[in-house]
Design a binder for this molecule. Structure first.
Ligand code: NAP
Length: 337
């Protein structure tokens, strides 16, 4: 008999209450984000802010956004904006999230949340004190297939989880975006790509008791290739990330009763393959695919606001800080090593 995968509990993103969004930093991911919102949600993008008026106007023109601001200050001061999406380079997230929080806005901050755990703690403290929603845009957490994986583990289908394996490597050297090679912009493999397998390991195993990492630095001073073992009790997560090769970008969770493999690219909407003693079963990819899946995190934040909640149960702020601490430790070891 075919296995019935658990049904995803992630709501239809079109059903979330409609918020008025302001886009901070009209770069590559901001385009994908606005496309996803427009296509799959009732969220309204009402303003965009850039360090240059012409770039804000160009972005607004592409997406039909009513207001273009020539500074981030003007964007966060816009009284018609409920929530700011911080899509600047990772090295700027701390400054820009604090700016939006100080203006009383809810904030969705692109991954990685910040450069360090110290920055992350300051951002979290500011949001809690301002009573606004602050959410890390680790969009994978909010995707339907991840909720299915979460249920497979929780329901004991895999038995006791022993091993988590996940990777994210892209060939981004030497031609990738300049920000990836600049430490002050939060470049490097760990902060840009490794955050996905590290966050996935945290979802499956919680905070690691110990971290052992090895890595290679690029001449530009960012980490280029990093692998780490994150140990929680006797369970191991093995994560690897690189800017120097396209790796499989898959993930798996193996337990005493079975394993689930998440096909490439595991951090986007992806196929699941479950293997148990009863055989193997495939769950097909969800209807919303690729970066259009960015819509789920926005809908989740809008629902939190609609419900009067300030923190996500799917990605609590303490966990975001803990993930930053793990990344701090990984990076400390490879620089030291
Ligand atoms: N979720 C995902 O799948 C995904 C994918 C790619 C990237 N990201 C994340 O999204 C963030 C942005 O990445 P991106 O690829 O969109 O970068 P990008 O194309 O370089 O865009 C970043 C934008 O930030 C603004 N900015 C503010 N301060 C800046 C500075 N000092 N240097 C350069 N730009 C600055 C720029 O806009 P103005 O100067 O016009 O204001 C620029 O357009 C990063 O944190 C990255 O990790 C997420």
């Amino acid at each position: 008999m075919p296995f019935a995968f658990p049904v995803s509990r992630i709501p239809d993103p079109a059903d979330a209450p409609s918020l008025r969004w302001g886009i901070l930093g009209p770069g590559g991911i901001a385009h994908s984000f606005v496309d996803a919102l427009t296509k799959h949600t009732g969220q309204r993008v009402v303003a965009v802010g850039s360090r240059a008026t012409e770039r804000a106007s160009a972005f607004a023109g592409v997406h039909g956004i009513p207001r273009a601001h020539g500074s981030y200050d003007a964007l966060v001061s816009d009284p018609d904006v409920d929530v700011v999406y911080v899509a600047s380079p990772t090295g700027q997230h701390h400054e820009h999230a604090l700016l939006a929080v100080a203006a009383g806005k809810h904030v969705l901050v692109e991954k990685s949340f910040s450069r360090t755990a110290v920055e992350a703690r300051e951002m979290v403290a500011a949001a809690r004190s301002a009573d606004v929603v602050l959410l890390e845009a680790m969009w994978t957490r909010f995707l339907p297939h991840m909720d299915v994986v979460r249920q497979l583990v929780h329901d004991g289908v895999l038995g006791e989880v022993q091993t988590v394996i996940a990777d994210h490597g892209q060939l981004l050297t030497p031609d990738g975006a300049p920000r990836l090679h600049r430490p002050e912009l939060g470049g490097g493999a760990v902060l840009d790509l490794g955050v996905y397998p590290i966050s996935f390991a945290a979802l499956m195993l919680g905070r690691p008791d110990s971290v052992v990492a090895a890595g290679e630095m690029a001449p530009t001073g960012v980490d280029a290739q990093v692998s780490a073992v994150l140990r929680t009790g006797t369970a191991h997560a093995v994560v690897t990330t690189t800017l120097t090769a396209r790796t499989p970008t898959t993930a798996s969770v193996s337990g005493t009763a079975g394993r689930v493999e998440i096909a490439a690219d595991f951090y986007t909407p992806a196929e699941l393959i479950l293997t148990t003693q009863a055989g193997w079963h495939v769950r097909e990819v969800d209807a919303i695919r690729g970066h259009e899946g960015l819509c789920y995190q926005a809908a989740h934040l809008a629902q939190l606001v609609g419900d009067g909640r300030r923190e996500s149960p799917l990605l609590p702020l303490d966990e975001t800080v803990s993930i930053m601490e793990t990344m701090d430790e990984v990076r400390r070891q490879i620089v030291a090593g």
